[in-house]
Design a binder for this molecule. Structure first.
Ligand code: ADP
Ligand code: MG
Length: 381
């Protein structure tokens, strides 16, 4: 790409904005401020974790046009911490300042049916599924997909919310009722050997980088731990990165794109879903990679070159949920190879993500022993 067709670079001293001030917004703020940018966060919660770190916290709803306008005026570029920011809000600020990812990318990632169709067209292999738009389609979907299956609401699902495992048509009918008869997908329940995710970064000049593939273990639909390098074949690793890169290119995506996959017991890589932002399964990059996913997010929105994504150490990331509060901090600090990250949330609720820790060791097996040991003591306390 010639120099004159490159998008302009936004450099330290400029002001960056983030829509959403939870843990992802907060870690973005830390990275941006470390790199010398001013940061403005917009979030309706007066106590949001990013508010403690940002230069300015605009406390407003994501649909508040006056607040969005004021933010856009002050920011050289804006990004988002999660995909459920209304895309109309993103469109509204897009003609006032730079916003990445763009509304079109968001709209794909906000809807499971659209996202799967997009992935399929791009040549990826989604889990076999059927779209359900009304009660009349339940029987047909059941016939097409078979049981066991998982019913998922098309929009607004995260951490396993809005999902039901169903074993027959009667269960499917009652799940559809429970989910409020909204648009859904019915997915075949895959016999999973393991889950992996691939995170790629792409800037407006189409320069790309990928982080090492992570192996992810879930509990009750929520990420429990990530293991890097993933313990899967080189073919699966390569295919996951290739798939994520294809998706990013197909959307002309700008920003961080995280793609989740299932590896089935017969070693097929299925596309599960994508997130147009840094991802929980990429938190290991904060301590184990040359460039973290949050620094990379800053680089991508600012039109800078992607930073080196090299893994400097095997690592296991463990999520800390509100169920375990208060943890026994001494157990964590008794280990000299644990890096603790807390999100500054004032109140611990069951299932709420309060923080995570990364265990760095010579190999993933030793890191896992320490991670599991410390985690099991946390849950005793
Ligand atoms: P969320 O948006 O809540 O992350 P996911 O679709 O990723 O929703 O589902 C959460 C978890 O539930 C997955 O990581 C996986 O462990 C399990 N799961 C989801 N869909 C399937 C499926 N089709 N087959 C087997 N397990 C699944
Ligand atoms: Mg998921």
């Amino acid at each position: 790409m010639s120099a004159d067709s490159s998008s302009p670079q936004i450099l330290p001293g400029a002001t960056l904005g983030v829509l959403g001030g939870g843990q992802l917004g907060r870690m973005f703020c830390v990275a941006a401020r470390t790199m010398g940018y001013r940061v403005i966060v917009l979030d309706p919660d007066p106590l949001c974790g990013a508010g403690h770190i940002s230069d300015v916290h605009i406390q407003a709803e994501y649909t508040d046009q006056a607040a969005l306008e004021s933010m856009a005026k002050q920011c050289d570029a804006i990004t988002l911490e999660f995909e459920n920011i209304p895309s109309e809000s993103v469109r509204f600020i897009a003609d006032k300042t730079i916003v990445y990812p763009v509304a079109e990318s968001l709209e794909i990632a906000q809807n499971r049916d659209i996202e799967k169709q997009f992935a399929q067209k791009a040549g990826l292999r989604p889990v076999p599924y059927a779209a359900i738009l009304s009660e009349k389609e339940l029987q047909q979907a059941a016939d097409d997909v078979g049981f066991p299956a998982i019913l998922k609401s098309n929009t607004l699902g995260y951490d396993g919310k809005g999902q039901f495992v169903v074993n027959d048509v009667a269960e499917l009918e009652s799940a559809f009722e429970q989910v409020g008869k909204v648009d859904c997908v019915l997915e075949k329940k895959i016999n999973i050997r393991c889950e992996v995710s691939a995170i790629v970064a792409r800037n407006a000049n189409a320069e790309m980088a990928n982080f090492p593939v992570s192996e992810n273990q879930h509990r009750n639909g929520v990420l429990h731990l990530s293991i890097v390098p993933a313990r899967v074949s080189e073919e699966i690793t390569k295919l996951a990165i290739e798939n994520a890169s294809i998706l990013a290119d197909a959307m002309s995506y700008v920003g961080i794109l995280a793609v989740e996959f299932f590896v089935s017991e017969d070693d097929v890589l299925y596309f599960n879903e994508m997130a147009p932002r840094p991802h929980n399964s990429g938190h290991y990059t904060k301590d184990a990679c040359v460039t973290s996913q949050f620094e990379q997010q800053v680089r991508m929105m600012c039109g800078l070159k992607p930073g080196d994504t090299r893994l400097m150490s095997p690592v296991v990331m463990v999520n800390m949920l509100g169920d375990l509060w208060l943890p026994n901090w001494a157990d964590i600090f008794a280990q000299n190879n644990i890096k603790l990250h807390l999100y500054g949330k004032p109140e611990a609720r069951p299932g709420r993500k309060m923080g995570h820790f990364n265990v760095l060791a010579e190999d993933v097996e030793s890191a896992l022993v320490v991670a599991e040991g410390v985690f099991s003591k946390l849950s005793d306390s």
